[in-house]
Design a protein around this ligand. Structure first.
Ligand code: NAP
Length: 525
């Protein structure tokens, strides 16, 4: 273990650098990705257990994760955990916590670094599972894996920093120090849309700080979490530090959140579920001796604003990439384009032309830009919104859908009023609402007029307006003259305001503090 500590300390001294995206124009990389897709194809349809306290537990009741490109193809079968099993997982985490919390910070970071190395080695394989399980294009899957690796590298370094001496003002006659100690048992509840990055990020942050967790993956992407569990096992993470509990959030969510021994909940997902967790967690249970902490990252209704001074072509490119990357299923997706009157028609025309060029189809092929939406529920909901949108604006391109997978065309609806439903509600699909603003001030007011505040972009060459937006555009992640998606770990710490969450910043230097509590220790000399 001394070696692991030394190696982790050394690695933490190397400044963090984001993992590079894979260049798929390189023939070798293309071949490697194709081979990984073949490999994954041969592993589809198997049944996977719960993992509680290191024990693999099969269940009679299972559910299937399906390929959204071809819903007849089963990705894998997963155990439908019961509330009792969720309780057992909390117990197992609590047992593991008693020893894990005493493991030195550098050693915990060592496990996280080892997982980063393994994930880097298995990158094409991990990408392939995402292509199959949630319908990501090659580039989107690869970006997701790169972000997962980044979280492991970044939080490993951060824990070494937090584990070292903390700066304090010293006073005569005393020795003072401050240490960051873990919270206890946590529930990690990720969404399916970044099934790699967010699941890995929230889990890594929780455990590297010394907590033990129950990881309950989204029911549309349990396979990605299962693959990560296998990696944690391979790097020798002690049993019980991460317990893997699959099953419907509606069935086991309450048991986890209400459990009196649950100390914190790290959740990323919808506003509706996030608020429910917040409410349930706030109510103290019998025997509970702490206030549960919640880290909630929720939805968005993000806007790309364009004024008359902007490079209009680049603005249209940014609007299209923000709206339709991964089928618009990103919390950061630019689902509103707010364009000032003077250049509205011109930008709109460019947006339509660029949208029509996007390819929609088979994501196992490297050229495909867009794949299916994630499942039947999403497909139905998005199509309903398109119908609503037809009544709220002019449908200019898209609007169609085709099977057998859940394919929905990239859809642009123009002349939408700022308070229309498709301009206010998170659709989470390839639907762009285009809104005309009188001028820049009006555009900014419209951008700020939803209950969310996650990401936003402004295309402008006017320095005064950029300064104004810096102050007034109320979002957690603001971008100038670039798209509003694609935040990088360490570079653009990510998380939003208002109903977009609890203002936490994943991939930032403050993030691990959410998983710790600080203890001040004073000794009289
Ligand atoms: P979701 O339906 O809220 O589900 C998220 C997670 O919560 C899943 O694991 C889900 O499990 C679980 N869950 C569902 N009901 C629950 C309950 N009653 N108690 C406890 N857990 C429960 O969201 P999603 O569709 O997976 O993800 C899309 C949403 O995530 C969008 O709103 C998007 O904007 C948001 N998002 C936000 C960020 C951010 O950083 N702010 C990042 C990515 C995504 P089941 O799958 O079993 O239902």
């Amino acid at each position: 273990m001394a070696k692991m500590i030394e190696r982790a300390s050394e690695r933490a001294r190397i400044p963090f650098k984001n993992a590079a995206f894979t260049d798929f124009s390189n023939a070798e990389n293309r071949q490697a990705q194709l081979e990984a897709l073949e490999q994954v194809k041969s592993e589809l349809g198997q049944t996977h257990p719960l993992v509680i306290g290191g024990k693999k537990i099969n269940s009679e009741k299972t559910f299937a994760s399906l390929n959204p490109s071809n819903p007849e193809q089963v990705i894998g079968y997963f155990a439908s955990a019961t509330a009792e099993q969720a309780n057992e997982a909390v117990k197992a985490a609590e047992e593991a916590f008693t020893s894990w919390k005493r493991v030195p910070a550098e050693e915990r970071a060592g496990y996280i670094f080892a997982a980063a190395d393994l994930l880097s080695q298995k990158r094409f394989y991990f990408n392939a599972w995402m292509i199959y399980e949630v319908g990501k294009s090659w580039a989107e899957a690869d970006g997701d894996t790169a972000e997962a690796i980044d979280f492991l590298e970044f939080y490993g370094r951060e824990m070494v920093r937090l584990g070292s001496d903390q700066p304090l003002t010293q006073v005569e006659g005393e020795e003072n120090k401050l240490v960051y100690i873990p919270l206890g048992v946590g529930a990690v509840i990720p969404p399916w849309n970044f099934p790699g990055a967010i699941m890995v990020g929230m889990t890594a942050a929780s455990i590297v700080t010394g907590n033990a967790v129950v990881l309950k993956p989204a029911s549309t992407s349990p396979m990605i979490a299962w693959q990560f569990m296998r990696m944690l096992e391979e790097v020798g993470l002690p049993a019980g530090v991460v317990n893997f509990v699959t099953g419907s959030g509606g069935t086991i969510g309450d048991a986890l959140i209400e459990h009196p021994r649950m100390r914190f909940i790290a959740f990323t997902g919808s506003r509706e579920v996030g608020l429910r967790i917040h409410e349930l967690a706030a109510k103290p249970q019998k025997g509970q001796v702490w206030i549960k902490r919640t880290v909630l990252e929720m939805g968005g209704k993000d806007a790309v604003v364009v004024d008359e001074t902007a490079d209009l072509d680049s603005a249209a490119t940014g609007i299209v990439a923000s709206a339709f990357g991964f089928q618009g299923q990103k919390c950061s997706a630019g689902s509103r384009a707010i364009i000032v009157e003077k250049v509205y028609d011109e930008v709109l025309q460019k947006v339509i032309e660029k949208t029509k060029k996007l390819s929609l189809g088979d994501v196992t092929q490297p050229e495909t830009y867009m794949g299916p939406v994630v499942d039947q529920n999403a497909y139905n909901k998005i199509n309903e919104y398109i119908e609503v949108g037809k009544g709220e604006g002019r449908l200019l391109t898209g609007g169609g859908h085709h099977g057998p997978g859940y394919f929905i065309e990239p859809t642009v609806i123009a002349d939408v009023a700022p308070r229309a439903r498709i301009a206010q509600e998170e659709i989470f699909g390839p639907v762009l609402a285009v809104i005309k603003a009188k001028d820049f001030d009006d555009a900014l007011a419209i951008a700020n007029s939803t209950e969310y505040g996650l990401t936003g972009a402004l295309y402008s060459r006017d320095a005064a307006r950029i300064e104004q937006a810096e102050e007034e555009f109320h979002v957690g992640n603001l971008y100038f003259n670039r798209k509003c998606t694609g935040a990088l770990v360490g570079v653009q710490p990510f998380g939003g305001f208002n109903m977009s969450g609890t203002d936490s910043k994943a991939g930032g230097h403050d993030y691990l503090l959410l998983f710790t509590q600080a203890k001040s220790i004073a000794t009289k000399k």
